[in-house]
Ligand binder design. Structure first.
Ligand code: SAH
Ligand code: SF4
Ligand code: F3S
Length: 447
């Protein structure tokens, strides 16, 4: 790599989960602290950070096609942008990226990106660098303070995974489960609220495995942190994601009936409705134990919206086993869901299992599953019609004069009235579509 000028502008492109979005924002702040400014909309940046996801094959392939596109655009414009690959592909395939893509100057893993600034300095001097260390919790302490944030902000409280589901790369790319300290999180939440956040979503690969020590020295679970954050007067909504069924505690369930600011929404992936498949996935819950858990949430919070993740075509999945997944979908009546075709990931046990399912069988199952999930989502939206609720306005809609916000149940609600980002409006839900609703403003609570 040749020596280049210090980049003046940057762009971070984040793929994958919300934790990557959080990391992407933090990398942006870090670069800004170094005097590098965000590139304007539509402008080519001097430094492009690809914050990648390794969860499925398709997500991974994106990295190389994106690198190719950036190089081509750079050549055309007669310039040579600096490219950094961050995120989970960087962690999993760091050396390979360096070999395959000479245009990449920096490879930095998800636990090491607090060192990105130094790596940029070195790259300017012509030194390519890979950093995929996993120092426990070091990055959070080393990151700059947060400034301006959106009304709905993310806060990573827990990282990593010890569950080792047999299909999943996360335990390898994000490392072992760690919880960030209670006081650090309360401080960061305060700063987010001061910077304009009205809603905070607590993030973790296994967010409900979070544990910490409160200011009185008591060991508390996630409900303890939620309770403390609910005391922040200007914070109006709290959410958390993603939970694992096995880490769910009585205290966290009870919190849903006790804390008004904790929104009535729970994302709890099930993956499959078949106990044989769940066992082969190493999920350590059954369809029944999962359903019983959800019943307990519904007891304390009857209006709770439930969401889940599903994988179709796990090795060996029979038609009858897939039918059990459809069955659990009907039993739960999900308000929202994410569903995926199984993608074999290098280094995971499931990738070497017999009976890999043919792609056309997966396609067909995914279609049937998504039809069922779509039906329930639409029904959930229909059942919301006529309800009055608060909606937090997050952005402009696609049509002129249109605004988009989120209901307490995380539904997208559109408005045609004149509003602004960060408004919390009292609204009636007047029309329901398959994946969104139309609202009518009753009253706007001043920001
Ligand atoms: N920690 C969370 C989510 C992890 S990744 C949890 O345990 O639920 C998000 C989702 O991607 C998973 O819930 C799963 O549905 C899906 N996923 C993970 N690995 C996959 C793979 N190899 N193929 C297809 N989908 C996968
Ligand atoms: Fe992956 Fe399972 Fe961990 Fe979720 S719990 S991140 S699916 S290994
Ligand atoms: Fe993807 Fe890594 Fe998140 S693999 S889903 S970006 S933890």
């Amino acid at each position: 790599m040749k020596t280049s000028d210090t980049p003046r502008t940057y762009k971070v492109k984040s793929f994958g989960c919300q934790m990557n979005v959080y990391d992407g924002e933090r990398m942006g702040e870090l670069l800004e602290a170094k005097g590098i400014k965000p590139a304007a909309e539509g402008e080519d940046a001097d430094l492009v950070v690809l914050n990648t996801c390794h969860i499925r094959e398709k997500a991974t392939e994106k990295v190389y096609s994106d690198i190719g596109r950036i190089v081509k655009a750079g050549n055309k414009a007669g310039r040579d942008p600096m490219i950094a690959v961050a995120g989970c592909v960087a962690q999993a395939e760091g050396e390979e990226i360096m070999k395959r893509a000479p245009a990449v100057g920096i490879v930095v893993g998800p636990q090491a990106y607090h060192r990105l600034g130094d790596m940029v300095t070195k790259a300017v001097a012509g030194e390519r660098g890979t950093d995929t260390d996993m120092p426990e919790d070091a990055k959070f302490a080393a990151l700059p303070r947060r400034r301006k944030v959106a009304p709905s902000a993310f806060l990573t409280v827990q990282e990593g995974c010890d569950k080792f589901c047999t299909y999943c790369v996360v335990p390898y790319t994000r490392g072992a489960e760690i919880s960030r300290p209670y006081t650090d999180l309360v401080e960061e939440a305060k700063r987010l609220v001061d910077a304009g956040a009205r809603e905070i979503t607590l993030l973790g690969q296994n967010v409900n495995a979070w544990r910490g020590e409160d200011t009185a020295g008591h060991s508390v679970g996630l409900e303890g942190l939620v309770k403390e954050l609910a005391n922040l007067p200007d914070l109006e909504r709290i959410r958390y994601t993603t939970s694992h069924p096995n880490d769910m505690t009585d205290e966290l369930i009870a919190a849903h009936g006790e804390i008004d600011k904790l929104m009535p929404y729970l994302h709890l992936p099930v993956q499959s409705g078949s106990d044989r498949v769940l066992k082969a996935m190493n999920r350590s819950h059954t369809a029944q134990s999962y359903l019983r858990l959800l019943d307990r949430f519904r007891e304390v919070r009857p209006d709770i919206a439930l969401s889940g993740d599903f994988i179709v075509g796990f090795p060996g999945e029979t038609e009858a086993e897939f039918a059990e997944t459809l069955h659990i979908v009907d039993a739960v009546r999900y308000a929202a869901a994410f569903s995926f075709k199984y993608s074999p990931r290098p280094g995971t046990p499931a990738a070497n299992m017999d009976d890999q399912i043919a792609p056309e069988v997966m396609d067909e199952r995914l279609q049937r599953l998504q039809t069922a999930l779509g039906r329930h989502q639409h029904a959930f939206n229909q059942a919301s019609l006529g309800k009055t609720c608060d909606v937090l306005i997050e952005r402009k809609g696609r049509k002129p004069g249109q605004w988009l916000g989120k209901s307490p149940w995380l539904q997208s609600v559109f408005f045609d009235s004149e509003l602004k980002i960060g408004d919390m409006v009292r609204a009636e839900l007047v029309q329901a579509g398959p994946s969104s609703l139309q609202g009518r403003v009753l009253d706007s609570v001043p920001a």
